[in-house]
Ligand binder design. Structure first.
Ligand SMILES: NC(=O)CCC(=O)C(=O)O
Length: 261
C-alpha cells in the first residue's frame, strides 16, 4: 500500500493563532492540489512556544482545531496529522497531537509524554498518559512529538505493537540539527519502519528552528528532505518496504526482551 504524504514545513507566528490558522489553511489547500493522501503539520503550529500566554491562547478542548481540520479533511478527502496544539483541559494544558481522517472524524489524539525542560515545557504543560498508536486505512502508525524521539524504548513500545510508520511533529532548534537527523535515522533503522518527521522553520524570541523535515525509509535511507525555508515536502511511502526489510534482517523475531530489564 502506498501513501502520498505532504509535510507542511512552515514558520509559526509567535502567539498569534489567527495568523497561524490562516496560513495553515492556505498551505493545506496548496498541498492538496498535489493529490496527497496524508498531510502533516508541525508541533504547536497554532501558538508556537508562547508558553507564558498559553492560558489565554490555548485551544479549549481542541474544539477550534478539530472543527477547522475536520472541515479541511472532508473537503479535500485527505487524512491530516494535525501537528500538535496547546490543548486546554480541566486538569491543565497539554501538547496534543490530533489526527483527523478523510471523513472528517477524529481518528486519534496523543498528548506529549516527555516534556522538554530546556524549552520550559514542564513549567507550563502537563505530561500525557495516552499511547501514540493509531490506524488509518487499516494500517498501524505511531505519533510522536519532538523530544519523544530521544526515547527509543517509547518508540519501540509502538513498533512491537505493529506500527509501520512513525509520524513525528516538531519544533526542533537549529543548534541540535545533527541530533535531529541522527535520531530520526536511528529510529527508522532500529525499528525498521518509516519515519515521517515535520519540523518548523523560522525563529521565536528564544530559538531558531532547523527545518529539515524528512521522510526516512525502513532501511534508514532518506526518501525526501526539506531545506531551511518554508516548504511543502511531498513523497510517496510504500509500506511494503517495511515487510521486506523486516524479512531481510528479522530483528522483531530475534530480539530477547526477557534479558532487557
Ligand atoms: N520541542 C521539543 O521537544 C524540542 C526537543 C529538542 O530540541 C531536543 O533537543 O530534544
Amino acid at each position: 500500500m502506498n501513501f502520498r504524504i505532504s509535510l507542511i514545513q512552515m514558520d509559526i507566528a509567535f502567539g498569534k493563532p489567527e495568523d497561524n490558522f490562516q496560513q495553515a489553511e492556505e498551505k493545506i489547500t496548496a498541498a492538496c492540489k498535489d493529490n496527497c493522501d496524508i498531510i502533516v503539520l508541525p508541533e504547536l503550529w497554532s501558538t508556537g512556544y508562547d508558553l507564558a500566554r498559553l492560558s489565554s491562547i490555548a485551544d479549549n478542548h481542541a474544539k477550534r482545531t478539530i472543527s477547522f481540520l475536520s472541515e479541511l479533511a472532508l473537503k479535500h478527502q485527505v487524512h491530516i496529522i494535525g501537528g500538535s496544539i496547546a490543548n486546554k483541559k480541566e486538569n491543565g494544558i497539554f501538547n496534543s497531537l490530533i489526527v483527523i481522517d478523510k471523513s472528517g472524524n477524529v481518528a486519534h489524539t496523543y498528548d506529549k509524554l516527555h516534556l522538554f525542560q530546556l524549552m520550559d515545557e514542564h513549567l507550563y504543560l502537563k505530561s500525557g498518559t495516552s499511547s501514540g498508536l493509531f490506524s488509518l486505512e487499516e494500517r498501524m502508525f505511531a505519533s510522536m512529538i519532538c523530544y519523544d524521539i530521544r526515547f527509543p524504548e517509547w518508540i519501540r513500545a509502538h513498533t512491537t505493537k505493529g506500527a509501520e510508520a512513525i509520524f513525528v511533529v516538531a519544533e526542533w532548534p537549529k543548534p541540535r540539527l545533527a541530533h535531529w537527523k541522527s535520531l530520526l535515522i536511528a529510529r527508522a533503522i532500529e525499528n525498521q519502519c518509516f519515519v515521517i518527521a515535520c519540523n518548523r522553520v523560522g525563529a521565536d524570541p528564544d530559538n531558531v528552528f532547523a527545518g529539515h523535515s524528512m521522510i526516512i525509509d525502513p532501511w534508514g535511507e532518506i526518501v525526501a528532505e526539506a531545506g531551511e525555508e518554508e516548504e511543502i515536502l511531498t513523497a510517496s511511502v510504500h509500506l511494503d518496504k517495511v515487510t521486506e526489510v523486516r524479512k531481510t534482517i528479522p530483528i522483531f523475531t530475534d530480539r530477547k526482551p526477557e534479558f532487557y530489564n
